[in-house]
Design a binder for this molecule. Structure first.
Ligand code: PEP
Length: 252
């Protein structure tokens, strides 16, 4: 069975000391959680601080982005070599990176393969915009982003990849997908993964992301093909994020 995974994407929020305080609150509030994998993704500058706050706990650490090259003249960028050994996961292809920083599928694919080469677990984000959704293009968009993002990835490597289905229109809007729609899309993604990677697809985790809160998490996370959540805004409030993690029920 798939271990459910809830990740908090703190985006460009929290100073280093605020990040430490939030991590400590989460360590305390999530002490009893054993069966769900919980990943905190603070900004780069807070990674080492949060790492020390969650040391000797079940909580894992993730980065929000990275470059695909190991080193070089890429001012302001952070490389997979720098993240290896520091974080377990790295979010790649988030819609905010695609939208505001012009990241395309080819670049995201190079990052995915670089992460895998360095022993990092990519959380590959895919999702349609509102306009694409309204034009009935959702499945085509998901298929394109998924296959392009995973080009050149072997089935063994795919087992280490988490997919986050994040409809762009649901991110930060307070308008989450319905549980039925989240299930539908995640099942579609799993079918695509199955066509590409065979039986490995049954073991791959697929998260839903987009306005997940303590109030709507239980229903969304109960869906058979939804293996957890990627949480933005609600991951900045300890109580809310703890409520989301606690709403994960065993699917055994
Ligand atoms: C996200 O940024 O990945 C996200 C899902 O944001 P929010 O939960 O705020 O919609």
């Amino acid at each position: 069975m798939r271990t459910q995974i809830v990740a908090g994407n703190w985006k460009m929020n929290k100073t280093v000391s605020e990040a430490y305080d939030l991590a400590i609150e989460l360590v305390t509030g999530l002490r009893a959680v054993r069966e769900t994998e919980v990943v905190l993704c603070p900004p780069f500058v807070s990674l080492t601080t949060v790492k020390s706050a969650i040391a000797n706990t079940m909580l894992k650490l993730g980065a929000q982005n990275m470059h695909d090259q190991d080193k070089g003249a890429f001012t302001g960028e952070v490389s997979p070599l720098m993240l290896a050994g520091l974080v377990d996961y790295v979010i790649l292809g988030h819609s905010e990176r695609r939208q505001h920083f012009g990241e395309d599928d080819a670049f995201i694919n190079r990052k995915v393969r670089a992460a895998l080469r360095h022993g990092l677990r990519p959380i590959l984000c895919i999702g349609e915009t509102l306009a694409q959704n309204e034009r009935g293009e959702t499945e085509a968009v998901l298929s394109t982003q998924l296959h392009a993002g995973l080009a050149g990835v072997t089935p063994d490597e795919a087992a280490r990849v988490v997919i986050a289905y994040e409809p762009v229109w649901a991110i930060g809007t307070g308008r989450a997908a319905t549980a039925a729609d989240a299930q539908d899309r995640c099942a579609y993604i799993r079918a695509q993964l199955s066509a590409r990677f065979g039986e490995v697809a049954a073991a791959m985790r697929i998260q839903y992301g987009g306005s997940v809160t303590g109030a709507n998490a239980a229903e969304i996370l109960a869906q058979p093909d939804v293996d957890g959540a990627l949480v933005g805004g609600a991951s900045l409030k300890a109580e809310e994020f703890i409520a989301i993690v606690r709403s994960v029920k065993s699917k055994l």
